[in-house]
Write a protein that binds this ligand. Structure first.
Ligand code: OSB
Ligand code: MG
Length: 378
């Protein structure tokens, strides 16, 4: 990675703000059902303006060990205090190494880095996509479809998204909801709809033969069939199925990505900045994959317009050659927290062009959904 240097900032305070946002419809995965999100936003307040980061930790520790309450705690008591000694001249590019002694808590670290990076870029008048190395000003938009109560309901929902213009469908699967829903979508919507599945760790090493039955449906990939710590298991599954294996939960860093690739566990990687500790590590994962000829795509974590704008910047990098979960704001939210929500335009979503993330906060709406706000100042 050789990103241009940007002027450091003087950090005056950090605000940790929690908001409550209902989802437009329940989102069910193999690990649970979400109907509303309790989201932690991080605001970096500097001498020359502010920046915003979004923590993607869920309400409960079901996707990973992180969850929103723990993220706020570790930020307040462990991560933010470590910035104190550096706050008068802080560069987002130093944050990962400053916070490195604290193990894991990558979503919390990533949100803090994002807030400082946004503040720094706004101060310097540089756009985030430009800074990260974006080579496109719009990216194709895929949608992640939860597990439904019936095949009829799934047919209605997928039909709706295709009518909206989404160019790729991802179906959440689990044992008992896999061959039938995938077969139905292929039968009803045809063989040419770009289609993939995400198991969120719901299968075991013994399920290789079963997962190989998905091969006939011509899927783009099978995402994370086994538990995150079973890299070798994924390598075994990858030999049993023809469909490419993609990892999500297992890839927590550049090192983890290189290890999984070298062990033959995956031929595609889903990159989520929160999962790897921030957008800068996400770029490093992107670069490591590019060097090894492994294509990547941008995952999503039910973000508001803040995280969504950052994901778009990342998804515009050159090795993001596979359509990501970068859907429009209205896929999840009736009302977004930014003044210009992400909109679908002919199957694509556009990168905001202003400084930093390029999005502005809808302050009145944000205030109306805020459940708590704590400011840590020095
Ligand atoms: O596994 O990709 C996942 C949402 C929450 C947690 C994990 C995942 C997801 C999604 C949603 O699939 C993707 C999105 O935000 O559009
Ligand atoms: Mg996933």
């Amino acid at each position: 990675m050789s990103l241009e240097t940007i002027a450091p900032i003087t950090l005056e305070a950090i605000e940790l703000r929690r908001i409550a946002l209902p989802l437009v419809s329940p989102f069910r995965t193999s690990f649970g059902t979400e109907t509303a999100r309790d989201i932690l936003l991080v605001r970096a307040i500097t001498a020359h303006g502010e920046g915003w980061g979004e923590c993607v930790a869920g309400n409960d520790p079901l996707y990973s060990s992180e969850y929103v309450e723990a993220a706020e705690h570790v930020l307040r008591h462990h991560l933010i205090p470590r910035l104190a000694a550096h706050r008068s001249c802080l560069d987002a590019h130093e944050i990962a190494s400053i916070l490195e002694p604290v193990k894991d808590h990558r979503m919390a670290k990533g949100a803090l880095e994002a807030a400082v990076l946004d503040a720094q870029l706004r101060g310097a008048g540089v756009n985030l996509g430009e800074h990260l190395g974006a080579v496109r000003d719009r990216v194709p938009s895929g949608v992640s479809v939860g597990i439904m109560n019936s095949l009829d309901e799934l047919e209605r929902v997928v039909g709706g998204y295709l009518a909206d213009g989404y160019v790729r469908i991802k179906l959440k699967i689990e044992p008992g909801w896999d061959l039938e829903p995938v077969g139905m979508v292929r039968r009803v919507f045809g063989p040419h709809v770009p289609l993939q599945v995400d198991a969120n760790t719901a299968y075991t090493r013994d399920d290789g033969a079963h997962l190989a039955r998905l091969d006939e449906f011509g899927l783009l990939l099978i995402e994370q069939p086994l538990p995150e710590d079973d890299v070798t298991g994924h390598a075994l599954i990858a030999r049993e199925v023809r469909t490419p294996i993609c990892l999500d939960e297992s890839i927590v860093s550049r090192h983890a990505a290189i290890d999984a690739i070298e062990r033959g566990a995956c031929s595609i990687i889903n990159i989520k900045a929160g999962r790897v500790g921030g957008y800068l590590e996400a770029v490093a994962v992107h670069d490591a994959c590019a060097e090894r000829g492994v294509p990547v795509w941008c995952g999503g974590m039910l973000e508001t317009g803040i995280g969504r704008a950052m994901n778009l910047a990342l998804a515009a990098l050159p090795n993001f050659t596979i359509t990501g979960d970068v859907s429009a704001s209205d896929r999840f939210w009736k009302h977004d927290v930014v003044t210009s929500p992400v909109r679908l335009d002919a199957g694509h979503v556009h990168l905001p062009s202003g400084a930093g993330t390029g999005v502005e906060i809808d302050r009145d709406f944000l205030q109306s959904v805020t459940t708590s706000a704590v400011t840590i100042s020095w």
